[in-house]
Ligand binder design. Sequence first.
Ligand code: GLV
Ligand code: MN
Ligand code: MN
Length: 431
Amino acid sequence: MSKTELASGGSGRAALGEEIVARINQLAAISETPEHLARIFLSSEHRAAADLILSWMREAGMAAHLDAIGNVCGRYEGENAGLPCLMLGSHYDTVRDAGKWDGPLGLLSAISCVADLNRRGRRLPFAVEVVGFADEEGVRFASTLLGSRAVAGTFVESALNARDRDGVSMREAMVKFGLDPEHIGAAARARRELHAYVELHIEQGPVLEQKDLAVGVVTAIAGATRLAARLTGMAGHAGTVPMAMRRDALAGAAECIGMVEEFCKTDEAGLVGTVGYIDAMPGATNVIPGMVSFTLDIRAPSDPHRKMAVADIVRRIEAIAKRRDLVLQLDVTHENRTVPCAPWLKAQVADAVAAEGFGVFELPSGAGHDGMAMIDVADVAMIFVRCRGGISHNPAEHVETADADAGARVLLRLVENFRPREASSPSSSRP
Ligand code: GLV
Ligand code: MN
Ligand code: MN
């Protein structure tokens, strides 16, 4: 699509959706394997995607660079150079066998919004920055939000010692990528540099579709706890060890997994629990599994409820391990509190939604987002965009071009009408 075509959309404003969708497809081609989209932190695909996104940022009129942890950062100056910014962003890493919209939609929408401002020569009384976070999903090193934690200044140095499934530490992977693990601190931003952080993201759930709405206003991001469990029993011959004498780690893990599912299913306060990864050793048909590792992901809309549920699940896993004479190692790899969207900022999102002619509908996010880390350095708000069937973390993830356009128009309207907290009058705010 040519720049002239882009600049002459129906309402005199660029047809942002088409540019965003074209780029979503370009980015989705950068994958570990062509059949199953996977773009993992500090991989060669991470590097290739970063280069492409940086080129789009520069084309949009931003000064752009790769920061100390591998985030892509673009800055569009305001009326004067050096003003505090409104930061927009999302992530560009993926889960394995991912959909192409989770993360990139928000990042590419933000870049297209800045490109639109730039084409019109529009400068605002604040800078606009766009960040593409390098690791939100936490696929490689089990702990999530590494990119946004580095920007928020809450990156924990011990995370550098975490190892991936091949035994490579984050420290080693960073060096191989060309980054200096001793200088992650350089990615951190100060609160005074940011007016706010706003993220557009696909809903990853079915509510907007059910309500027949293209966009929604997020109220809060639900907290989450992730654990890594290891059960050690005794490997042995599948034909000779009587059933009563076995210490089968995989059978123990299976009981734990069934327990987690049952426990969450019978909860009436929105608790969800997932075992998304399991590895049985030594992994042969005729060998009793001696050691099993698995992960646990537990979420709930209320932090106290989630914490009580996690404590209860841990007690039950300990009891299963004890009864089966298995040695249990259980580590919390990630813990995030529920993050509320700032009322003053959420009100501006709602105003932008209404101004673009959409019904204002508020909903919470069950999925995690970079805002969970950014809350430590700025007030946070989010815009959700409808996705087909509510499907996400699945290659069937899909967003209609019209909905991508709707989301970007809301984001652009928000940016152009944005008033920093000090200047935003409570009377203009929705509750
Ligand atoms: C991120 O996608 C998460 O919620 O796990
Ligand atoms: Mn995701
Ligand atoms: Mn995401």
